[in-house]
Design a protein around this ligand. Sequence first.
Ligand code: SF4
Length: 597
Amino acid sequence: MDFYSGQVLRLDLSNLRASVEPLDLEWARLYIGGKGLLLRYLFAELAPGTDALAPENPLILATGPFAGTAAATCSRLAVGCKSPATGTLLDSYVGGSFAPELKFAGYDLVIVTGRAPEPTLVRIEDERVEFVPAEGRYWGLETAALEALIREEMGPAAKVLSTGPAGENLVPYACLSTDQYHKAGRGGAGAVMGGKNLKAIAVRGTGAVTVPDMAAFSADVLKLQNERVLSVDNAWTYEEGTPFLVDAVSGAGALPTRNWSTGTFDGAGTINSTALLKIRTKLRACTQCPLACRQVHDFGDHVCEGPEFETLGLCGSNCGVSDLAAVAAFNRECDELGLDTMSTGTVVALAMDLCEQGVADYGLAFGDTAGYLEAPRLIASRRGYGAELALGARDLAALKGRPDLAVEVKGLEMPAYDPRGTHGMGLGYATSDRGACHMRAFTAADDILGGEGAADSLEGKARLVVDQQDFSALAWTGVWCANMALDTDFIGAHLTHLWGRAVTSEELMTTGARIWNLGRLLNLREGLQRKDDRLPERILSEPHPDGVAAGRVVGADAFREALDEYYRLRGWDADGVPTAETLERLCLTEVAGDSGA
Ligand code: SF4
C-alpha cells in the first residue's frame, strides 16, 4: 500500500497478546493520519466515562502517512489516550525517530489496551512482537539509562518510547520519552503507560514506505525543502531557536513570573537565547528534518539538548530562577524522571507561592535553587511533599484551600504566554481540546511577535483561534512540525501524492475542522460543558502590578462575548455543542449518533 503500511498493531497487555488488523481505509481517507486517525480510533475504542488510569483507556500511537519518507519534519509521532490530568482527549507529539521505525516495522498505528500482570517491556522487530518481563531489569530505570540498555540488547538502530519513574508512579503529568530528549510532554501519557504496567515499547523495522511515483514525489519534496523549509522564515529555528521568545515575551509583559504574579522578568537576560548561544556546542535534528533546530549546550557539569522556551519560562521566570545552569539541571531531572517540564515548573512555582502565602511549608521559595532542584525527584517518587505536588496545580491548590493560585485550564497547567499580555492566547487556552495549550492556536504571533493585532483586545481573535485550531488539526495529520512555517499549499503539495489528485485549500481546512469537531464530540461525551471552556479568575480580573502589561486583565465580559462568537463561528450552539448542520457538513452525523452528544 502506498504511503500507509496498511496495518494496525494491537497490544493486549492483560493477555500479553499481539494481533494485527488492517487499517480502516475509510477513516484514513477522512482523517489522513496522526491526530486525525488517532482521534477516530480513540473515539471508537474509549468507552464513555472510562477512568484515564484504568486498563480500558487505550494508549494509541499514530504515525502520519509521510513518516519514513524524505518529506521534511514528518518523522513525528502522535500519542493519544484519555488524559489523567484533564479527563479530556489527549494528543501529544514527539519528534526523534520512533515513527519512521514503526512504519519500517510495518505499522501505521499501535493500540495498547489492558494492563500487564507484571511490569513489561514490548519489543517489536517487524512482525515479531515479544512481551518481556521488566521487573528487576528495566522497571525503575531513568529514561537515558533505559534507552542505552535496550540499544545494547537490540542494536543501535532500536527506537524506544518509554515512561520514566514518574509514569510508573502515576504522576498525572508524566510524559513519554524517546531519543532521550524528545518528549510527548503534556497531559500525562506517561502515567497511562505506567498504569498499564508497560515500561516501554522498543521497535526495529527493516521494511520501507512505498510511494506511487518516487521520481515525482522526490522532486516535489526537494523543491519544497529548498523553497519552503530552508527559507528565511524558518531560519530562527536553528539560529536562536525557541529561547528567542524569552526576551520577546517578557518584553510584551506576558512571561509568567513568580507564579503568574507579573509578566516581565528582571532576570530574563540570563536565561535568554543570548546566554544560551554562548554555550551552544552543536545542533541536532529529528529524522527527516533539514532544519536541525535541536540545540545542544555545555553547562560545565553536563552537556544536553535544551532548555526550550517553555521550560525557560515555566521552570525559570515563573519560579523566580534566573540561574541558567539551575534551570538546565531542573530540566535534566525532569527528562530523566519522565516529567513534563511545563507542568512541573508550574506546580513548583505554585508550591513556592503557597509557602510565601504561609499555607504550606515545603521549604521552597522563589529564586532559591536548592529546594527547587530537589523537587522533581520528590514529585516523581511521590516522597515527602512531592506526594502533594504530584497532584498537579489544580488539585494541589484546591487541597491547600487556595484554588485562586492555580493557573490552569481543564486541569492542564498554562503555557508560558500570560493572556494578560496577549489576550487572544486566553481564548485559545480556554477552547483548546486538551486543556491550556499554545500549540493549537498561537495568536501571540498576531500581536506580540510581529503581527498587527492588538495584544490587549479579544476583538477578531475568535476567527483567528478557530482558523488556527483547524489548521493545527490538519497539520498534525502529517505529522508536520509546528516549528516550521506551514500553510495549506505546502500540505496540499504532499497530499496530492497521497490522494493522486489535486487538492484544494478549502477541502484541507474542512478536514481540519472535521478533526477538531470530532475531538469536541469526544470531550462532550466525557462530560465536558461550556463552563469548562474557562480561564482562571486571576487571568480574567487580577492585573499585573508592574511590567509592560501592568494593569491589564482579559475581563470576564470580554471573554464571554469572545466565547459566544467562537461557538457561533464554529457552528456550535450556545452550550458548545455542534449543530446538526455542522455535523452534516463535516461528515460527522453518524459519529455523533454514536456519541450521544
Ligand atoms: S524543526 Fe526541529 S523539532 Fe521540528 S522536526 Fe526539525 S529538528 Fe525536529
